[in-house]
Design a protein around this ligand. Structure first.
Ligand SMILES: [Zn+2]
Length: 234
């Protein structure tokens, strides 16, 4: 997911693994010309690693590429979207906590982004699936203030409360972003488990904005990579 230099020739790489979730490991000598690891630790590459348990950090003994999307991710928008995906997983997931669902979501997202013509359209669904796996998904069937069940109707987003509110509750909280019935339907399709709602996987603009607000609320900040993506234009 990311890497930083260590000493003269080493790097510390942050991996997201199926078995142990997020972890930092040292790639020794990787910045030397003849390193056997060089070229295998590219951003978003899926590898099979052999790790040696070190005193503080694990040391990468070998890395074999299982799937690498690098050649297709050099396209600026794809790269920027993959960077958002990596930043969100990095920020939301604790080290040394196995999250196999998130691992599958990550690898699936990277493959989809590498093939996508409109990669940023994938972010809303990815973000909602991630929130769901972390237990942070907005309840889309009930008002987060009063608990009343919601139909497909005019609703408002209260990102601070982590979900949607109905007209009755909105009276007391003005100035919240408005969602049309079409936006609400879009959010529900995006949040549906795999295999459902495939027809409407592209979010309406207001639904996409609502997802970004919810992510920013749970994260406590806006992802940096999202700001970069915005500079690339539509
Ligand atoms: Zn309510």
């Amino acid at each position: 997911m990311r890497a930083r230099n260590l000493g003269e020739a080493d790097r510390i790489v942050t991996l997201f693994t199926r078995e142990r979730g997020k972890l930092d490991a040292v790639a020794k000598g990787v910045r030397r010309a003849h390193s056997h690891l060089a070229g295998r630790l590219e951003f978003a590459a899926e590898c099979e690693f052999l790790l040696h348990r070190g005193r503080s950090l694990d040391v990468i003994v070998s890395a074999d590429i299982v799937h690498e999307a690098w050649m297709r991710l050099v396209e600026p928008e794809r790269y920027a979207v993959a960077a958002v995906v990596a930043e969100l997983i990095d920020a939301f997931c604790e080290p040394d906590l196995a999250l196999p669902d998130v691992y599958a979501l990550l690898t699936g997202a990277i493959r989809a982004i590498a093939d996508a013509r409109a990669p940023r359209a994938l972010l809303s669904r990815f973000s909602l699936r991630l929130l769901e796996m972390l237990g942070l998904a907005p309840p889309l069937g009930s008002c987060v203030h009063c608990g009343a069940s919601l139909a497909t109707e005019q609703l408002w987003l209260d990102a601070e409360a982590g979900g949607l509110i109905d007209g009755a509750c909105r009276e007391r909280w003005r100035d919240l972003p408005e969602l049309t019935p079409g936006d609400v339907e879009s959010l529900r399709a995006l949040a549906a488990p795999k295999g459902r709602g495939l027809a409407s996987l592209v979010a309406t603009p207001a639904a996409a904005a609502a997802v970004e607000e919810l992510v920013a609320h749970h994260l406590g900040k806006r992802p940096k990579a999202l700001a970069h993506l915005a500079t690339l234009g539509a």
